[in-house]
Design a protein around this ligand. Sequence first.
Ligand SMILES: [Zn+2]
Ligand SMILES: [Zn+2]
Length: 105
Amino acid sequence: MSFQDKSIQCADCGTTFTFTAKEQEFFQSKGYTNEPKRCPECRASRKERQGNGGYRSSGSGYSARRQMFPATCAQCGKDTQVPFEPREGRPVYCSDCYSAVRPSR
Ligand SMILES: [Zn+2]
Ligand SMILES: [Zn+2]
C-alpha cells in the first residue's frame, strides 16, 4: 500500500492544505475512511472550542473524578448523588428519575 500527498481544500477557511502520505497512513491505521475536511489550524481551533462542554452524553457519561453530593430524589425519595450542590427549592433526581423527567433528546 502506498500513499501520496494530497491537496485538500479546507471546508472552514478555504485554505488548501496537504494531506500527507504519512497522515493518510495514520488515518488508515485508525480505520478512518474519510479524508479530513479541515486544515490543521481549523481542526485545532475546533478542538479547543469543543474541549469544555462535554456534558452531552446521557446516561453513563459521569466521570469518576467529579465531586458528588448526597441528595434525595424528589421523584422517588431514593438516596442518590448529584454532581452539583443541591439547593433548597430545587428538585434533585436520581439518575433513573432524571432521565425520566428530562425529555430525552
Ligand atoms: Zn482551515
Ligand atoms: Zn428517583
